[in-house]
Design a protein around this ligand. Structure first.
Ligand SMILES: *Cc1c(COP(=O)(O)O)cnc(C)c1O
Length: 393
């Protein structure tokens, strides 16, 4: 497609993008090059947790951009220290390593577990992961993921990621050998179709991993940072994992991710982990602004209330159209359809006139909702009304 004097074909063809260019965003709304507006229930893939261009983030960016961009990862900077302090004060973890993407944070978690295995488990390196899981797009995180077809796409895989079944503790137990160093899971499988690990399963996993002397790693890149109704999803099952990764929401739209570990597990030695942009103050300042907002009086209560409201409205819609219900936690939810029309609904929602709606179907038989955490009830109502029309067709 032509765009001014340029052409979209200059970009590598890595996904089917619609013929429109987004130029501006504000709160729950996005505007394309024709001036058409879209109600956004994707929010950059659960990334813009405070909506498009919130004042908290733009102010933090402008202020930090005028102060210090990047002194180098070999030096401390203020926002990096502040963000790490806020994260450890509000979680069970003691040490933080900042990264730029969720996949990079997960790579760090894999390396940290392998290092720990070298020190404490005779070089054990296998990390049990789960069918349908998603951990990122680097070679190791693709190998850790349980996505169909990913095992052969860039063969050979990185070895050491046997797959168990979510919510089936016996399937995990059966895979533990003297080579096992950890179990890694998403507390709510996001890309897999919004499938929560049950609190009982999380508790059983914690018990099993403790008994066997192996680590428990939670990938909260999608589920963390308030998305599921608590600051971190692991808090809902009352367990204490050894390692956690964060991404997406922590940057509110800018590239920021984090690897957190408890004191006894944080065993990297100088020179074993790093990265040019890791902990840069520009992104860390945004992380501070985002986290302070999430921690502010009443914010998480309102996320839970909006999550409950979205749930009720989706259930009504399901009942009305004879669908198969809904599932999820907080503001990460899915409506289960009666057939595989998910992609067709997503396309029709985008093309609605005069106002489009942005939805996502991680699997053809369901629609996923990941609005900004400060989405209003009125915006939820507008989305439901649009979806009601689409479901009638
Ligand atoms: C999105 C996602 C990742 C990958 O994050 P990137 O920033 O795209 O590298 C990893 N794990 C989970 C659970 C995710 O949802």
């Amino acid at each position: 497609m032509r765009y001014g004097e340029f052409d979209t074909a200059s970009l590598m063809y890595i996904t089917n993008r619609p013929d429109l260019v987004f130029e501006r965003g504000e709160g729950a709304w996005l505007y394309d090059h024709n001036g058409k507006r879209y109600l956004d229930f994707i929010q950059g893939w659960a990334v813009n947790c405070l909506g498009h261009c919130p004042a908290e983030i733009t102010d933090a960016l402008v202020k930090q951009a005028k102060t210090l961009l990047n002194p180098s990862p070999a030096f401390y900077n203020g926002p990096m220290v502040e963000l790490a302090g806020l994260l450890t004060a509000n979680s069970v973890f003691d040490r933080v390593f900042f990264a730029n993407t969720g996949a990079e944070a997960n790579e760090g978690a894999i390396k940290l577990a392998r290092k720990w295995g070298k020190l404490h488990r005779n070089g054990a390196y296998e990390i049990i992961t789960f069918d349908h899981s998603f951990h990122g797009r680097t070679l190791a995180t693709m190998s850790a993921s349980g996505k169909a077809g990913w095992d052969v796409m860039y063969a050979p895989q990185v070895p050491g990621f046997p797959k168990a079944d979510l919510n089936d503790i016996a399937s995990v137990e059966a895979l533990i050998t003297d080579k096992t160093v950890a179990v890694m899971l998403e507390p709510v499988q996001g890309e897999g179709g919004v499938i929560p690990a049950s609190p009982e399963f999380m508790q059983a996993l914690r018990k099993l991993t403790r008994e066997r002397g192996i680590l428990l790693i939670v990938d909260e890149v999608q589920a963390g940072m308030g998305r599921t109704g608590t600051l971190f999803a692991y808090q809902q099952s009352g367990i204490e994992p050894d390692i956690m990764t964060l991404g997406k929401g922590i940057g509110g739209g800018v590239p920021l991710a984090a690897l957190l570990a408890t004191e006894s597990v944080a065993c990297f030695e100088p020179g074993e982990q790093g990265g040019t942009y890791n902990g840069n103050p520009l992104m860390a300042a945004v992380g501070v602004a985002v986290l302070r907002k999430l921690l502010s009086e009443g914010f998480m209560e309102s996320v839970r209330a909006r999550g409950e409201y979205l749930k009720q409205r989706l259930l009504e819609l399901s009942e009305k159209h004879g669908l198969k219900g809904e599932r999820g936690c907080g503001l990460l939810r899915a409506l289960i359809l009666d057939d595989d029309r998910g992609p067709a609904i997503v396309k029709a929602a985008l093309e609605m006139d005069p106002q489009g709606l942005l939805l996502n179907a991680p699997r053809p038989n369901l629609l996923r909702f990941m609005p900004a955490l400060n989405v209003s009830e009125g915006e939820i109502d507008q989305m439901i009304e649009a979806l009601d029309v689409l479901l009638k067709k």
